[in-house]
Design a protein. Sequence first.
Length: 258
Amino acid sequence: MKRYLIYIYVALCSITGLRAQAFADSTVVYTKVMGDSAYAAADYATAIYVYEQLLENEGEAASVYYNLANGYYKQGEIARAILNYERALLLDPSNEDIQFNLELARSKAVDKNAIVTELFFVRWIRSFTAILSADGWAKASILCFIILILCLTIFIFAKNKKTKKIIFIFALLSVVSTIIANFIAADRKEKMMLRESAIVMEPSVTIRSTPSVNGTELFILHEGKKVKIKDDSMKDWKEIEIEDGNIGWLPASAIERI
């Protein structure tokens, strides 16, 4: 009887200790400064943990994804570095540091990106829309609309014909700018919501002709490769496409969505 009481006492102490530890962990307030300090001290594992806690508790932030990616890169986890650089770039598409480090991480991956030829105006449009984030384009749209209202107000009260003509031109430009900025903001917001791209996280994965292990083997992809999800209707399998147009199926567990 005494032995059973001892067992019960030890069990209660263990449960109490676990609860106390959980409570202690839950009361820790993680900050970016803590992660940056750990990173500066080359304690990359701690830095990664802190940054991931920040993302989980406070939501997405380009700077946190960027630092998280740097931590993974320092630890040699190239696939996770690429994944988080891509997430950072999605939120801050014009950031040159993110772009540079992403390309550096991609150079370490087994599968290199195929060179895709684009028409010059397509490349220009892509670069132009990447100047601002979705929120940045939304703010630009609001600013253009405010300018439009001011132009219309001045146009109504202006008496000089030359002034009216100039203001009218500015008003037209403001209308066009408002529409364009609003369209780009909506497009970038949709891309952020859909998250159609993903990164291969397994060392290697066989791409098959059908969503089954019995499907014909088409080609092999390695960790760090970026793919586009074409068919997201199945839970365990995803149809993907790579930049050269090749399409196939892989297990959903092999990739992580950007």
